[in-house]
Write a protein that binds this ligand. Structure first.
Ligand code: PAF
Length: 277
């Protein structure tokens, strides 16, 4: 596995390759490694980037506390079959010579609701960095986890808006045995919080089991009550949405997803579950 720190190294080592790309912010877990293996199974020269992108954090504390462990990440990637890991500095990604407008996008309504409403500017930062990374790595296929379901929709919008010739693959969420969605932020949970965090998966599963038996708003109300019962939780949103438009699901909506975000103490967790096909 090669380790690149500069754009030039990435360009040199990816020339003439059919590239599968897995962008990450490091603190890798099985969910990330599953994306790498999915890319390798398709026979792609697989590039992973590790870059904690400052422009997508609306909360300075969250950015500072984001777990970083390059040594452990490299060890994990060595056994996953990754061909090239790109670990750039902030200056290597955000060059003062680049046209700032080239990487600024408006994704419309989907970037302003749910995650976008809770984290103003977040998707602008994600769109900006992913576009820059796509320009450097020039992937044929890029892989993203469905845990960040709204991010996946924003990336698809980016590719369509900029008419990029690449395939975006959404990969189902990898979960711990308890059902807790794998996330780099889980590293910051205490053992007690880790046990409590299962409430998110349990609530999504319950919402799915009740869909069609109760109204959507009753389902969301009941879920909210479970979070309110423990003061360590701060529920930001729970909703059943149309997974294409990101509007609350209506009668007859197809592709319904339950989406949830909540803070457990200081740690913000999100998850989602497919309710209907
Ligand atoms: O999902 C992430 O880890 C990040 O948002 C991404 C896509 C690597 C952009 O920084």
């Amino acid at each position: 596995m090669k380790i690149a720190k500069t754009r030039k190294e990435v360009i040199d080592w990816t020339t003439n390759q059919v590239v599968g790309f897995v962008p990450t912010m490091g603190a890798l877990h099985d969910g990330h490694l599953h994306l790498v293996r999915t890319s390798k199974e398709r026979g792609l020269f697989t590039v992973v980037s590790i870059f904690v992108n400052p422009t997508q954090f609306n909360d300075a504390n969250d950015f500072e506390k984001y777990p970083v462990n390059h040594h452990r990440d490299i060890e994990a990637l060595l056994s996953s079959g990754c061909d090239l890991v790109f670990i750039p500095s902030v200056d290597e990604v955000y060059r003062s010579t680049d046209d700032p407008n080239k990487y600024k996008h408006d994704f419309g309504a989907i970037e302003r609701v749910y995650e976008g409403a809770q984290r103003p500017g977040h998707f602008e930062g994600v769109g900006r960095v992913v576009h820059i990374l796509f320009d450097i790595v020039k992937p044929n296929v890029a892989f993203f986890g469905e845990k960040d379901f709204q991010q996946l929709a924003v990336i698809r919008a980016l590719v369509s808006l900029c008419k990029m010739e690449m395939e975006i693959v959404g990969v189902p969420t990898v979960r711990e045995k308890s059902g807790l969605a794998m996330s780099s932020r889980n590293e910051r949970l205490s053992p007690t919080q880790r046990d409590k965090a299962v409430l998110i998966f349990n609530s999504l599963s319950w919402a799915k089991s009740q869909f069609g038996k109760m109204s959507n708003s009753e389902i969301c109300h009941e879920v909210a009550k479970r979070f309110e019962a423990d003061l360590e939780w701060n529920l930001e949103y729970i909703d059943l949405i149309d997974g294409d438009t990101f509007e609350s699901a209506q009668d007859g909506s197809m592709n319904i997803r339950a989406v949830i975000a909540a803070k457990l103490g200081e740690i913000r967790l999100i998850d989602n579950m497919k309710i209907t096909a």
